[in-house]
Design a protein around this ligand. Structure first.
Ligand code: IPM
Ligand code: MN
Length: 357
């Protein structure tokens, strides 16, 4: 198969982890006989510095012409600490989501037995937790207009907007995933307060008939946040709107013991994007200490979701599992008394495993 990939390393630790994700991708393509071509694009703070735009037209064109996008992270403290900055790295991410039509963000939450002791929750609560958050990514408060300030600056407003079409297509993703998994779908909303949530519920109820095998449950977001801590094993597939999904997936990510392990896929109308969920961690940039596993696992998701190449995806997962069980790990997830490996050491070990299996 011919695979054309856009590589967007971005800011902070982005370039270091992406290097490992890319090496793994190359090794897989070589092994399975795929013809890989890839091209780098700029985004985030790096792109603001170079061309004044966090998602330049040229980067967009590259993404549109590729079969998949591997994305590192964006963000830089120099913008976080300057509330009057007109352009921000995060705007690039939002522009990319909107322009590529990436309406579904898929974040799988799984536990590794050897990491359970790192979880802030008791072992017996976390063990076996395995669920998937489907977050709507191009609507709601993030994009609703009007947004702004009154003329005298004393009042600010955001708007939450969802159309039937936007709700239907994301719920469909939720139902389809539930069908492929344990057939349980939790629709998370705030229907006791919000009009948009009531429309979500109405539409979901209507769709239940099309998926008679799926057990559907409706849960208020505050309750879901609590349940996730008390009983993470409870969930199979969660589907929710943009802002609720943002908050719940950060919560979910730490349950497993390390944020450094969680990949994500954003899919929709045009080219899909695969990225680690941990962000740019600027303090660690250039130190070769960041955990490359979330990026490597994002590459696995790319083979699975963008190319439907299951064997390739499975081999990457297997290599990651092997690195964990042989304690070839970065310090954030290393067991006590064992040395922490560097970003490149972990990545190179995994690449070698792939070549040899
Ligand atoms: C995420 C991030 C982004 C979001 C930021 C960086 C804009 O937190 O992908 O979850 O809020 O969606
Ligand atoms: Mn977030």
């Amino acid at each position: 198969m011919k695979l054309k990939i856009a590589v967007l390393p971005g800011d902070g630790i982005g370039p270091e982890i992406m290097k490992q994700g890319l090496e793994v991708t190359k090794a897989i393509c070589e092994k399975f006989g795929h013809e890989l071509s890839y091209e780098y694009g700029i985004c985030g703070a790096q792109a603001i510095d170079q061309v004044g735009n966090p998602y330049p037209e040229e980067t967009h064109r590259l993404c549109m012409e590729s079969n998949a996008v591997l994305f590192g992270a964006v963000g830089d403290p120099k913008f976080d600490n300057n509330p009057s900055a007109k352009v921000r790295p995060e705007q690039g991410l939002l522009a990319m989501r909107k322009r590529l039509g990436l309406y579904a963000n898929i974040r799988p939450i799984t536990t590794f037995e050897s990491l359970i002791h790192k979880s802030p929750l008791k072992d017996e609560l976390v063990r076996g937790a395995d669920f998937m958050c489907i977050r709507e990514l191009t609507g709601g408060l993030y994009f609703g207009r009007p947004q702004g300030r009154s003329e005298d600056g004393t009042v600010a407003y955001d708007t939450c907007v969802y159309s039937r079409e936007e709700i239907e297509r994301i719920l469909k993703v939720g139902f389809e995933f539930a069908m492929k998994r344990r057939k349980k779908l939790t629709v998370v909303d705030k229907a006791n307060i919000l009009a948009t949530s009531r429309l979500w519920r109405e539409i979901a109820k209507g769709m239940e008939k099309e998926y008679p095998e799926v057990e559907v449950e409706y849960m208020f977001v505050d309750n879901a946040a609590m349940r996730m801590i008390q009983w993470p094993n409870y969930f199979d597939v969660i589907v929710t709107e943009n802002m609720f999904g943002d908050i719940l997936t950060d919560e979910a990510s730490v349950i497993t013991g390390s944020m450094g392990l969680l990949p994500s896929a954003s899919i929709g109308t045009y080219t899909s994007v695969f990225e680690p969920i941990h962000g740019s961690w600027p303090q660690a940039a250039g130190k070769n200490i960041a955990n490359p596993l979330a990026t490597i696992l994002s590459a696995a998701m790319m083979f699975d979701y963008a190319f439907n190449l299951k064997e390739e995806a499975t081999l990457i997962q297997e290599a990651v599992d092997a690195s964990m069980s042989q304690n070839i790990r970065t310090s954030d997830i290393q067991v006590e008394g064992e040395k922490g490996y560097s970003t490149s050491e972990v990545g190179e070990w995994i690449t070698a495993y792939i070549k040899n299996h």
